[in-house]
Design a protein around this ligand. Structure first.
Ligand code: COA
Length: 276
């Protein structure tokens, strides 16, 4: 689907939606009990084209004991134990007219952050497979090799982890832009499709921005944006960078030496050719 079509259809759908009232949505830390709901949210929120790339249909298996969200939920367990991270979720308050008593703890949105205290010395996206080895998660979680293999079943390693295309490539780009500079790394942000355009991402972003902006000077905040999400990040002061990573990287409070561009320029030069 062309970028312009994505933007238009997203905006049209969202324009009709009721914005959540203050207090209807609760922003709180993710716990281990949330991880399956969280993993299901990832699969529900990100475009099929994204999952078709990193977990292509030909690698999908029906013989595994675990579903893809169950495998992803297990992979995220050690993330919660790492210091200098902020894993936040959005859930509906009991007082919301849309609160679902049958699924009271359903996660409707999520933002995960790595904080400056760790990014100043280590550029390592937790989505990377080698994060388990680098951060000794096997030992900590008592993962056997067979279990780890099971956790990554169905994932295309080249698309997901390689220097050419995957999260390792993006970390190398981030190292070039922000190596040695403590920053907030957002990975990821999502809101369930039925609740998009109602202010939930806004609450999740503001939760972190309010803390980051207490530092003087406020640290850079880094992310890799899906095309349809760019206007939202720009609304919160993120700027697209020029050079390596320019198709997706946006930084709020970019340090000196990082060249940025207007969104107009991004749309003209890159928008139409963006491929997930
Ligand atoms: C991107 C995504 C997280 C946005 O979540 P959302 O809950 O729909 O976003 P919100 O309704 O909170 O909008 C966020 C803010 O951006 C503003 N905004 C939205 N569209 C905008 C636009 N085109 N131009 C300027 N501002 C815009 C909103 O007004 C709101 O700001 P406000 O609270 O000051 O009014 C959601 O669409 C999603 O999950 N998409 C699929 C997964 C994805 O792409 N994640 C991002 C990966 S980089």
């Amino acid at each position: 689907m062309a970028t312009s079509t994505i933007l238009t259809s997203t905006n049209m759908t969202n324009a009709k939606r009721r914005r959540f009232d203050k207090g209807e949505v609760v922003i709180s830390p993710v716990t281990e009990a949330d991880l399956l709901s969280l993993a299901e949210g990832y699969y529900a929120s990100f475009p099929d084209s994204w999952f078709d790339k990193i977990e292509p249909p030909h690698l999908r298996t029906t013989t595994s004991a675990m579903t893809p969200p169950q495998r992803f939920a297990e992979r995220m367990k050690p993330w919660l134990l790492e210091p200098h991270t902020r894993w936040m979720k959005a859930t509906l308050a009991l007082t919301s007219p849309e609160f679902d008593a049958r699924n009271p703890k359903k996660v409707i949105g999520h933002a995960g952050w790595l904080l400056p205290e760790r990014t100043s010395t280590q550029i390592l996206n937790f989505w990377r497979k080698d994060a388990a080895r680098k951060l000794a998660w096997h030992e900590r979680m008592s993962w056997t090799s067979d279990f780890e293999e099971e956790l990554w079943r169905g994932v295309d390693e080249f698309e997901y982890n390689s220097e050419e295309k995957g999260f390792l490539m993006w970390d190398n780009i981030r190292e070039g832009l922000l190596g040695g500079v403590g920053h907030w790394h957002l990975a990821p942000l999502w809101v369930l499709p039925e609740h998009q355009g109602r202010g939930v991402a806004s609450m999740l972003l503001q939760d972190a921005i309010a803390i980051a902006d207490q530092s003087d000077p406020p640290p850079p905040m880094y992310l890799e944006a899906m095309p349809a999400a760019r206007p939202i990040y720009a609304h919160f002061g993120y700027e697209g960078v020029k050079g390596p990573g320019e198709k997706a990287v946006m930084i709020r409070n970019p340090p000196k030496g990082v060249e940025t561009m207007e969104e107009e320029e991004w749309r003209e030069r890159i928008g139409g050719s963006f491929k997930l």
